[in-house]
Design a protein around this ligand. Structure first.
Ligand code: ADP
Ligand code: TYD
Length: 213
């Protein structure tokens, strides 16, 4: 398929829902079957500097205020957008990003009760009118998320030990977000097998890319 314009795909959802796994699989699928011009990145992080900020944010030992955390997240995103996302969008790449702005709404607004307008105002400053073209939101319940997190090799971070009350605030926040942006977000049932989910994501991506290019 000849990709003449950039395309920005994001993966969102609660911890352990399978975002990183599916983002990697989609990256490989696109690289093999659609175009070599594809990159896989993540937030917070994605650049050398933003990965340093990520380590500060996820540090298990550090308790920081909600506002400090928000500004660190936005600083990491600003650098990520300027030096990576925008760069590859201009080169007409397909960009796959593990978490993006909907995570800010789910965590900073729905979990931490930060004012939505305030979040949008700051966001606008760093956005450069960049919006995901397509987001896969993987939904999973608290019980299954906990089992998966305890089984995975990746180190746990301070977000991985949320109470079920807090977990559900994030999960329900994501569901609300998927309703608000329903023509941009595909809600995926994360409790199914890896292959089933992968097939659905590949099929949907192909359909949308075919319609667009
Ligand atoms: P996230 O990035 O959303 O936190 P991961 O992709 O790291 O989630 O997945 C968490 C754990 O669950 C990993 O060990 C992964 O191998 C496993 N996993 C991912 N998807 C599935 C699935 N559909 N069924 C069972 N286990 C899965
Ligand atoms: P990460 O390890 O990437 O998530 P997961 O455990 O799902 O693989 O951790 C990133 C954490 O940062 C996650 O708990 C959500 C949080 N986060 C925010 O609070 N706001 C944001 O805007 C973003 C991008 C992430």
């Amino acid at each position: 398929m000849a990709i003449k314009k950039s395309f920005f795909i994001c993966f969102e959802g609660v911890e352990g829902s399978g975002k990183s796994t599916q983002a990697k699989l989609l990256y490989k699928f696109i690289k093999k079957n659609i175009t070599k011009n594809v990159i896989l990145t993540r937030e917070p992080g994605g650049t050398l500097f933003s990965e340093k900020i990520r380590n500060l944010i996820l540090d298990k030992k550090t308790k920081i205020s909600t506002l400090t955390e928000f500004f660190l997240l936005m600083a990491a995103r600003n650098e990520h957008i300027i030096s990576k996302i925008d760069f590859y969008l201009k080169k007409n790449f397909i960009i796959i990003c593990d978490r993006f702005f909907y995570s800010t709404l789910a965590y900073q607004h729905y979990l931490e009760d930060m004012d939505k307008k305030f979040i949008f105002n700051i966001q606008k400053k760093i956005y450069k009118k960049i919006h995901p073209d397509l987001t896969f939101l993987i939904d999973l319940n608290n019980k299954e998320s906990k089992i998966r997190i305890s089984n995975r090799s990746k180190n746990t971070n301070r977000f991985d030990k949320l109470s079920s009350y807090h977990f559900n605030k994030i999960r329900n926040g994501f569901i609300k977000i998927s309703k608000t942006y329903k023509n941009k977000i595909v809600l995926i049932k994360g409790s199914r097998s890896l292959i089933e989910i992968q097939n659905e994501i590949n099929k949907k991506t192909l359909k949308i890319l075919n319609a667009r290019f």
